[in-house]
Structures are given as structure tokens and as C-alpha cells.
Design a protein around this ligand. Structure first.
Ligand SMILES: Cc1cc2nc3c(=O)[nH]c(=O)nc-3n(C[C@H](O)[C@H](O)[C@H](O)COP(=O)(O)OP(=O)(O)OC[C@H]3O[C@@H](n4cnc5c(N)ncnc54)[C@H](O)[C@@H]3O)c2cc1C
Length: 467
């Protein structure tokens, strides 16, 4: 029987990073993945393919809406070739997942393809094509991730009533896509199809989109998406989704309790994701799950069984690839006797719509609730030369700083390239910078990053230069 220092179950960003770090630290490592390709949700049906389609659809939108103003004339009609767009996306996915296989080989990690299930706390069965192989592991890291969740009364048929996984491989551009859920995934994929020509209606239970992020970001993103003609039904409780031939009928109650009926040809159900432990046989190892089906872990990401750890979407916390990666690294380093630490307050959150939305640290709502005295520095993107040059003028950067000490407590931004800009805020906050520290740093001109400097100037002593 093969024996390992560490077995990692699941090859998403949590699992494969954990495996690489374990191998780097000298541990004999195995990784088990039930699908044929490595990389998990993120690489196969999540972050990477959704960004590939966002990029392609953005090019199309630019071509039909903005090229003329830039002085670029295209003779003839610009058309979407969805088959090619999906094929390019798949090419990006294939290249990326093969890259993970390369990294496994490079780090001498044994890869097993098959369903991993606990036989007991130190033995894992791997089932593949009717055959079972058992390996022994001193330590196991559960990194089995998550799957799309739905509402109990919705039957996903994967054709017209679909999840994000199906939305990444549609064969036609929907005429009217009804998106249930105004969170990150629904808005990103909704925007892809809106740009390609679909009518898109978002139905959201809460009274705002991207709930959980700072309220100012929700408002500005909604304003911008409305300009792009995305429709919103907020404070609507969906009560049924039925397929009638090629039509999908969604019924919801608005906040006054009145029934609203929406008809479309596709319904994207994006109401969140659930932790995934099906087939893992966690009971055989004695591993406890919590009341939400997540693997229960302590602050060291250790389960109630001392040699078994869990990371990523299958444990509590934000369901984000980079959070899973940090946790994978942390567990590997703990196993090697090091003392790693994750600052969960500084895990940034990003929405890759255009304008992009990004945030780190506390929201205004959280600071108010905690009774923290804070000051706000906000600067509009439209005041930047760079934004006018590219015509990406929507959005702002908002910096929240402690009223007494000037320490930066939260940074919330919406605008062009904010997904990349947020790293400056994470860096500053890791070093516990004050708003004045950020304001005194030189920011290249002309860049969108100048909005960060200007917002910091406003937060420090209300002395922005360009407004
Ligand atoms: C459409 C979409 C877009 C997203 N975009 C972003 C984004 O832009 N940025 C971001 O940070 N996050 C994004 N996410 C979320 C991100 O994909 C997840 O947070 C991340 O993949 C979690 O990583 P993980 O390693 O915990 O699990 P996963 O990536 O879910 O990987 C788990 C792996 O374990 C395997 N597995 C499960 N059970 C077993 C078993 N018993 N035996 C063997 N293998 C098993 C699964 O097959 C899977 O490959 C997106 C998600 C979706 C759906």
C-alpha cells in the first residue's frame, strides 16, 4: 500500500496549493481528484472560464459601442460567434488545468484520479472505474470545495433552468435571461450575456445587489448596470420557477406581497454555493460537519480528528479561490512545524463586472454597527485623466480610516481595473498604514491608482488635489 505524509482530497486552488507547499516542505504528498482534470471549480467551471467570457464579451461590447468614438470604423457588421467564444474559453481552461498537472509532476506529487473516501482516519479509498485502491496517510487535508446550491422548489434541468456551470457553455445567446440572485456570480454571468445581446433581469431577495459589500458599492454598481440596461427586481422573493416548453416562468412576490411573473428563455439560478462532502465518507474517519454541512475546523483549520485538516469552500468563511490558497499554504506550514497566520479581515473581495468592484477590510455598515468612529475619503474616477482617456468614468474609491488614529480600516472601490488596484490597499493595511501614509506615496500618472491617493488625501484632511 502507498504511504504518504499528506494526502490532499480535492485539486481546486485550496488542494493543489496545499499539495505544492507540502511537497516544497519535504513531505511525501498525494492528491486525489474525482474528475479527469485538475484545478477544481476555479479552473474548470469558476474563476477562469467566467473571466474568459467576461473578457471576450467586453471586446464585443467595445467593438459595437465604443470603437466608433475612438475613430475605429469596422466595415460590415460585427457579430458574435458564440461557438468560437466558448471554444476559446475552453482552450484557456485546458491550458490552465494542464499547467496544474505540470506543477504536480514538477513537485513530485502523486496524482490519483478517482473519488476519495475515508476508510478510517489514516486510510483513504480511491474509487475509479469500478476499482478501489487504498492509500495510507499520516495527515489528510480535505479540500473538496463546493457546488452550486439551489432553492428547494427549483429543479435545475441544465438546459433552460441552469447554474453557473451550464451558463459557461450555452449554445445560443438567450433572448431573455432571468438571473435569480444579485450576487457576484449572477452579475458577472448576467453581464456576459447582456453584452452579447440578451435582455437580462436580475431578481434579488435582498433590497440591494452584492449584499455583504459596502452599500456605496452596491448603489454605484446598480446605477452602472442599469445604464447598461440590466433590469433589477430587488426585494423579490422567488416562489416558483417552471419550464414551459422553451420558456421559463419565474414567479416572485414583491415587497408588498404582490405576485410578479417574469418570462424568459433561460433562468440562471445563482443563489450561492454549498459545501461539498458527498461521497467523502467523513463519518468513517469520525470527522464532524457543522449545521450548514461544512467541515468543522478550529483556528488551525484542524478538524475534531487531530491528523485531518480542511480548507477552502468546504469550511467556514468566504468562498474565494485566494482564501482557499492561503488556507492550503497555512495547513502545509503548520504540518511542517511553522507558525503561519491568515488575516481573514484582509482577504479582498472582487466582482469582475465592468466597472469592477473590489474591497478589503470593514464596510461602513460594519464600522457603524461596531460603534467605531471613522472618517471617509471618497474620490470619483471621472476626475482622473486616465479615466477620461479610456472613457471608463464610472465609479469611485472610498477609504475608511479610524477617526482618532487615521489607520485605514476599509477600502472600497468600483471602476476600471479595481480588481488589480485593490492589492495596494491590502498591502497598506497589512502594514497597518494610515490614510496619510497612502496619500504620501507617489502614484504613477496617469493611472486609475491616482484615485486611491486622492481618496486617501480626502480621508486624511479633506485635501484632494483634483476635485
Ligand atoms: C462561476 C464562478 C466564478 C467564480 N469566480 C471567482 C473569482 O473570480 N475569484 C475567486 O476568488 N473565486 C471565484 N469563484 C469561487 C472559487 O471558484 C472557489 O472559491 C474555489 O474554487 C474554492 O476552492 P477549493 O479548493 O476550496 O474547492 P474547489 O475549487 O471546489 O475544488 C474542489 C475539488 O475537489 C474535488 N472533489 C470533491 N470531492 C472529492 C472527493 N471525494 N474525491 C476526490 N475529489 C473530490 C472536486 O471535484 C473539485 O475538483 C467562482 C466560482 C464560480 C462558480
Amino acid at each position: 500500500m502507498n504511504q504518504y505524509d499528506v494526502a490532499v482530497i480535492g485539486s481546486g486552488p485550496g488542494g493543489y496549493v496545499a499539495a505544492i507547499r507540502c511537497a516544497q516542505l519535504g513531505m511525501k504528498t498525494a492528491i486525489i481528484e474525482k474528475y479527469n482534470t485538475l484545478g477544481g471549480t476555479c479552473l474548470n467551471v469558476g474563476c477562469i472560464p467566467s473571466k474568459a467570457l467576461l473578457d471576450s464579451s467586453h471586446h464585443y461590447e467595445d467593438a459595437i459601442k465604443h470603437f466608433e468614438e475612438h475613430g475605429i470604423d469596422i466595415p460590415g457588421e460585427v457579430k458574435v460567434n458564440l461557438e468560437q467564444m466558448i471554444a476559446r474559453k475552453q482552450g484557456v481552461v485546458d491550458q490552465t488545468t494542464k499547467g496544474i498537472q505540470f506543477l504536480m509532476d514538477k513537485n513530485k506529487i502523486d496524482v490519483f484520479h478517482g473519488l476519495g473516501s475515508f476508510k478510517d482516519a489514516t486510510h483513504i479509498n480511491i474509487d475509479s472505474e469500478g476499482k478501489t485502491e487504498t492509500i495510507e496517510a499520516k495527515h489528510t487535508i480535505i479540500a473538496t470545495g463546493s457546488k452550486p446550491s439551489t432553492l428547494p422548489f427549483i429543479k435545475i434541468d441544465k438546459e433552460r433552468i441552469i447554474t453557473s456551470t451550464d451558463a459557461l457553455q450555452l449554445k445560443e445567446v438567450p433572448k431573455h435571461m432571468i438571473v435569480i440572485g444579485g450576487g457576484v456570480i449572477g452579475l458577472e454571468l448576467g453581464q456576459v450575456y447582456k453584452r452579447l445581446g440578451s435582455e437580462v433581469t436580475v431578481v434579488e431577495f435582498m433590497d440591494r445587489i452584492i449584499p455583504g459589500m459596502d452599500g456605496g458599492l452596491s448603489k454605484e454598481l446598480m446605477r452602472s448596470l442599469k445604464k447598461q440596461k440590466v433590469k433589477f427586481n430587488l426585494s423579490h422573493k422567488v416562489k416558483s420557477v417552471e419550464r414551459v416548453g422553451d420558456e421559463v416562468v419565474v414567479k416572485a412576490d414583491d415587497k408588498k406581497g404582490q405576485e410578479v411573473v417574469l418570462k424568459g428563455d433561460y433562468c440562471l439560478v445563482s443563489v450561492g454555493r454549498r459545501p461539498y462532502t458527498d461521497g467523502l465518507n467523513a463519518e468513517a474517519a469520525g470527522v464532524k460537519l457543522d449545521d450548514r454541512g461544512r467541515v468543522e475546523v478550529n483556528e488551525h483549520l484542524q478538524t475534531n480528528v487531530s491528523n485531518i485538516y480542511a480548507i477552502g469552500d468546504v469550511v467556514k468563511g468566504a468562498m474565494l479561490a485566494h482564501k482557499a490558497e492561503e488556507e492550503g499554504t497555512m495547513v502545509a506550514e503548520l504540518l511542517a512545524g511553522q507558525k503561519p497566520h491568515i488575516n481573514y479581515n484582509l482577504i479582498p473581495g472582487v466582482v469582475y463586472t465592468w466597472p469592477e468592484v473590489a474591497a478589503v477590510g470593514k464596510t461602513e455598515e460594519e464600522l457603524k454597527e461596531a460603534g467605531v468612529a471613522y472618517k471617509v475619503g471618497q474620490f470619483p474616477m471621472r476626475a482622473l485623466g486616465r479615466a477620461r482617456a479610456s472613457m471608463d468614468i464610472d465609479g469611485f474609491v472610498k477609504i475608511l480610516a479610524d477617526k482618532a488614529t487615521d489607520e485605514v480600516l476599509g477600502v472600497h472601490m468600483i471602476g476600471a481595473r479595481c480588481a488589480d488596484l485593490i492589492t495596494e490597499a491590502v498591502t497598506a493595511m497589512e502594514f497597518r498604514a494610515s490614510a496619510e501614509d497612502m496619500a504620501r506615496m507617489s502614484h504613477a500618472h496617469p493611472t486609475y491608482a491616482e484615485a486611491v491617493k486622492e481618496a486617501a488625501l480626502v480621508a486624511t484632511e479633506d485635501r484632494a488635489i483634483h476635485i
